[in-house]
Design a protein around this ligand. Sequence first.
Ligand code: DGL
Length: 281
Amino acid sequence: MIGVFDSGLGGLTVLRVLIERFKAADFVYLADHAHVPYGNRPSEDIIGYTRDCVEDLFDRGAKLVLLGCNTATAVALRRLQQEWLPKSRWAGTHNVLGIVAPTVEGATQTPWAVTSPQYPQKYNTDTIGVFGTTRTVSSGVYPEEISKRCPKVIVVQQICSELAGAIEEKRPEAELEHLVRLGVSGLLDGTNGMPPHRAILGCTHFPLVEHLFRKHLPPFTRILSQPEVVSDSFEDYLARKPHYLNGNESGKLTLLTTGDPSDVSEKARVFWPDVPAFARA
Ligand code: DGL
């Protein structure tokens, strides 16, 4: 069984691609609606909430948990992997992964394990735009990891502090478009009006309004599909470590929330019409 975690509904963008790829695997998705949005919270809170949710998913039988959330990955993953997991009762048998590494791999066309520029990446002078929450952008993880592999690439970041919350609250399209337009023009100002060659929607909620980013970004800008690159990398990981799946899985999907299941199920239907019902975690 594979666990997928997000502060709210955004991780479903990743989950939906994963369940298509791994039809026979069991998935359990946990959304922390009691605390969503994470993006403007203090780091210690994000680490604590993420750890609690990973523990819950392990307790339910997931041996591998994917943080389907950029904020949790940027802020909490390293602490969980390096300090918490090795001392926990799951050490050696369970693992937790994030979504920043595969996104950086996709954006730089460089495997994560390669941490210095390779030909032709070292001559790459593209501009990459990153849209994210306050905490993801302030962590600096995207510019740091991209520049290790592509030092001449210019990374321009833009905080979209209210967008994930507005998507969760199912605010009207016009309001969401206003927030996206503000974010895009803020980013373009940071590039002196030059369109970025590529854009990372570095919050799993943002693909839910990708059409609005597409509308306001210059046509020249290619939007990297985070759910796709994350799923490619996850597929590769599981091919190397199949023991994280039990032999007897049957394609079962369980959706859980720490919030109100009927409210969450209703909101999820907006972008996933036949989404199964959420239950309380
Ligand atoms: N979907 C999450 C992300 O990828 C978090 C959004 C939030 O809770 O602020 O960053």
